[in-house]
Design a binder for this molecule. Structure first.
Ligand SMILES: Cc1cc2nc3c(=O)[nH]c(=O)nc-3n(C[C@H](O)[C@H](O)[C@H](O)COP(=O)(O)O)c2cc1C
Length: 328
């Protein structure tokens, strides 16, 4: 059968598998196993990528897998396939997070195509921005993107509350530096300049010491030194991504919402920086739940803004089979 995008079904699925692998993930660990064949995709959690010290309940790896799931879904839609998604399909196989098949043809809208095209351009930002995201229409679009995936994006506008959140990030980061040295869990994902492995956080991706944001400290990627120069002057627009419940299904939904928000932002020329350190501390997370999220569960803490021109990604890797340009 020929798809509306003129790509055979099995090629659309192969392209979607590759698109899933471009999702953001905690420490760049890519904690998913994307399998299946023909016109079926399976998405599983990789047991070798667990973060037993930072995240014993595996919230962040599951959230990362949710982001991969959104990449798969939007790719299929952009390629003319209506995805049928069964999440957590087998209680006896808890590591199997989703199964994706075809529910027939879809007429890809321009939004599907634009979000798919943004997959290769989206990158995590670290450090300051050239300017904050203050465009009301774009912010509303990000809120809608989160809501469509069953989550909420809560902007924190009061400067005192922004300072309080920054203080919680600082507290968590200090705790981790004192309490986690010698755990090789995070070091495992820190990559020196030129390291060819795609997984992990590379020296090229994070600021040199002293060049990051003066508030909202970066994670300690300290085994190697970051290479990014200090650029920009703005912290950006601070927001929390939240969900009403806090089980695996909610974490999977939060990941899909995160990726949809990030692609919507990238499409409009904005990027996000993340500071999830306090969400790895149960007491700090409970405090943020109550005081910043009206009892909803915080899944991600973000800063959103427009990166300086040198930090923008105009063109990403071109390894998505079927090529974005072919369907745009
Ligand atoms: C659940 C989750 C938590 C993250 N936490 C942080 C964080 O605390 N600090 C940070 O700089 N990046 C964080 N990131 C971003 C990842 O490090 C980033 O996605 C990964 O290195 C891949 O790079 P890319 O997003 O540019 O493709 C997080 C991403 C996810 C999905």
């Amino acid at each position: 059968m020929t798809r509306r995008s003129h790509i055979p079904l099995h090629e659309a699925f192969a392209t979607a598998r590759a698109a899933g692998g471009h999702a953001p993930s905690v420490l760049g660990s890519r904690p998913w196993i994307i399998g299946g064949g023909g016109d079926r995709i399976t998405l599983g959690a990789d047991p070798d990528k667990r973060l037993d010290v930072a995240d014993p309940l595996a919230r962040e790896p599951v959230l990362s897998c949710g982001a991969a799931l959104y990449g798969i879904r939007v790719a299929l839609r952009a390629l003319g396939v209506r995805p049928e998604v069964r999440t957590l399909p087998d209680p006896d196989r808890p590591a199997l997070l989703a199964e994706i098949t075809s529910a027939g043809e879809a007429d890809p809208g321009s939004t599907d195509r634009r979000l798919y095209a943004a997959i290769e351009r989206r990158r995590t930002h670290r450090g300051l921005f050239e300017r904050a995201l203050s465009d009301g229409a774009v912010l509303r679009g990000l809120g809608d993107a989160a809501a469509l995936e069953g989550a909420a994006l809560r902007q924190v506008t009061d400067p005192d509350r922004v300072r309080s959140l920054s203080g919680l990030v600082t507290a968590a980061e200090h705790l981790h530096r004192v309490e986690r040295p010698g755990t090789e869990e995070q070091d495992r994902w820190v990559r020196a300049q030129g390291d060819p492995r795609a997984e992990g956080v590379h020296a090229e991706d994070f600021p040199a010491p002293g060049a990051g944001a003066p508030v909202f400290p970066e994670r300690d990627y300290g085994r190697v030194t970051g290479l990014r120069e200090a650029r920009g002057t703005e912290i950006g627009t601070v927001a929390l991504l939240t969900t009403a419940s806090d089980d695996r299904a909610a974490h999977l939904a939060a990941g899909q919402a995160l990726h949809r928000v990030l692609l919507t932002a990238a499409d409009a020329g904005y990027a996000a920086a993340f500071h999830t350190q306090p969400l790895e501390e149960p007491l700090l997370r409970a405090f943020i739940t109550e005081r910043f999220c009206a009892g909803e569960h915080p899944q991600m803490l973000l800063r959103l803004g427009r990166p300086a021109p040198e930090d923008r990604v105009d063109q990403g890797p071109d390894d998505l089979p079927g090529g974005v340009s072919g369907i745009a």
